[in-house]
Ligand binder design. Structure first.
Ligand SMILES: [Zn+2]
Length: 204
């Protein structure tokens, strides 16, 4: 199937032709990957006879898929310019990320709140990777709703929630960014990211 047609299933359709051109121009092996839990995408520089490789998780919503794709292409571009001489998320990468986002801003691909969160992220020198919470939250809003799956920050205090492995926790107070939660069975305390995906068992 035509590359752009495939990309249109994952990206905002107006963004697909340009990503298709980047794949050709940079001679990049682009793979749509299974969900890897801890990361949205991945870039590997040329190695051992293979060229640039980028992979992006298949289950991201179209805006998150695009932001992740541009994030990884900025790694590729930075590698072409500097190879290993600069940090992965240093100012060189960030400058390229900013530059490579522009055509999508010009096409008005993003809803205003996402556009705003990306601009804020690009202008914040401290924000480096895709784990930026504000950006992540605004992208997450466009995920299709999943039944009873929510995030720790959205649960009411003292709510009981369940992880995929079946363990049940009770939400307690917030400590700086993270939430203290107690595993009901062992009474052990764990710290959860506000955006950790959990299943609500019972609200108090
Ligand atoms: Zn990165």
């Amino acid at each position: 199937m035509d590359k752009v047609k495939v990309l249109e299933q994952y990206l905002p359709p107006d963004a697909a032709p340009l990503i298709g051109r980047w794949i050709d121009y940079f001679k990049c092996e682009f793979k749509i990957s299974r969900n890897r839990g801890t990361k949205f995408g991945d870039y590997r520089p040329p190695f051992d006879g293979r060229g640039h490789r980028i992979s992006v998780n298949y289950d991201l919503n179209a805006y998150a898929f695009l932001v992740t794709t541009v994030h990884e292409f900025a790694h590729l571009h930075t590698w072409n310019e500097h190879q290993h001489k600069v940090k992965p998320h240093g100012p060189e990468w960030k400058g390229n990320f900013k530059k490579m986002m522009q055509p999508f801003f010009e096409k008005n691909i993003f809803p205003p709140d996402v556009h705003h969160a990306i601009t804020r992220y690009l202008n914040n020198p401290a924000a480096s990777s895709c784990s930026d919470l504000n950006l992540y939250r605004s992208l997450r809003k466009y995920d299709p709703p999943k039944e009873s799956v929510t995030t720790v920050e959205k649960l009411p205090m003292k709510a009981l929630f369940k992880l995929k492995d079946g363990r049940v926790f009770r939400k307690e107070e917030q400590l700086r960014k993270r939430f203290k939660c107690v595993e009901v069975k062992s009474r052990r305390v764990y710290l959860f990211s506000p955006v950790a995906e959990v299943e609500l068992v019972e609200a108090h």
